[in-house]
Design a protein around this ligand. Structure first.
Ligand SMILES: C[S@@+](CC[C@H](N)C(=O)[O-])C[C@H]1O[C@@H](n2cnc3c(N)ncnc32)[C@H](O)[C@@H]1O
Length: 252
């Protein structure tokens, strides 16, 4: 504010201005690990609240402390295009992180017959109860099951549809991820939908090659070159890379 404008303020307003200025000068910067409460607006009017650490890319041995763009993309796509296909189905989510994809299905009241929400990190699974409360989703519930599941090591529960967002971020995780999906197919799943952010072409090539090696048929169901240009109610950072949604099919 210019000096002449400031002088024209009443004494009371000047005091208030000084107080506000003092608060701004004194306020501490956010720590990377600080938690925020974020409201995600999914396209069809569904809102999902998540308490998360949005400034943490990787911490405490996981990349799941914040919600990633692929989960936003997948939630939006599921609720606007695919929710009817999920009615009556047993759905299994892998690598849920903060849980956006599953929470969006529950908040939208998609009538799945059951939803099993998993991640290799058991602390993330424990944190889900906070996000259930924030979204007024009754839990425990006979339809919802949350537990840790480490790909390629733990038993994969039977399901009809497997969902996973941003689980192809590093080529070291690809073989165990594909193994886990393949186990899921052996236990009844007919399709797996995997939303992948294209941070590194090599990593996705490794994913596609592993699928080919395991003779899993796949296709790109949807792809978006520049998520920040999408006319959606969810917000993507300007620099969001391309996102691809893979469909993997159980032909056996
Ligand atoms: C990049 S985060 C994505 C989280 C969430 N799906 C999203 O898109 O916001 C990857 C998630 O996969 C989980 N994860 C990584 N490797 C895993 C493994 N081998 N077994 C099970 N979960 C794993 C991490 O704990 C993390 O929550």
């Amino acid at each position: 504010m210019s000096q002449s404008l400031f002088k024209r303020l009443s004494e009371e307003d000047q005091d208030e201005y000084y107080e506000l200025f003092g608060e701004i000068v004194m306020c501490k910067p956010h720590l990377a690990t600080d938690l925020d409460l974020i409201r995600y607006n999914i396209n069809n009017g569904t809102h999902v609240y998540i308490r998360e650490a949005p400034r943490v890319i990787s911490g405490s041995g996981t990349t799941g402390l914040r919600t990633w763009e692929a989960a936003l993309f997948m939630s939006n796509w599921l609720l606007s295009t695919y929710s009817q296909e999920l009615v009556g189905k047993r759905v299994l989510e892998l690598g849920t992180g903060t849980g956006l994809v599953s929470l969006a299905l529950l908040k939208d009241r998609t009538e799945v017959s059951s939803l099993t929400i998993t991640d290799g990190d058991s602390n993330l699974i424990d944190s889900l109860s906070t996000n259930f409360k924030l979204n007024e989703i009754p839990y425990p519930s006979p339809r919802i099951n949350c537990h840790s599941l480490w790909w390629g090591q733990d038993d994969v529960p039977s399901s009809d549809v497997i969902l996973a967002a941003d689980v192809t971020y590093d080529s070291s995780v690809i073989p165990s991820l594909v193994q886990c999906i393949s186990d899921g197919f052996r236990n009844g799943a007919q399709i797996a939908l995997v939303a992948a952010t294209v941070r590194n072409e090599e990593t996705l090539r490794a994913f596609e090659e592993e699928l080919n090696a395991q003779r899993i048929r796949w296709s790109i169901v949807e792809e978006c070159k520049d998520p920040s240009q999408l006319a959606q109610t969810v917000w993507y950072p300007k620099v969001s890379p391309e996102i691809k949604l893979y469909g993997l099919y159980n032909d056996k």
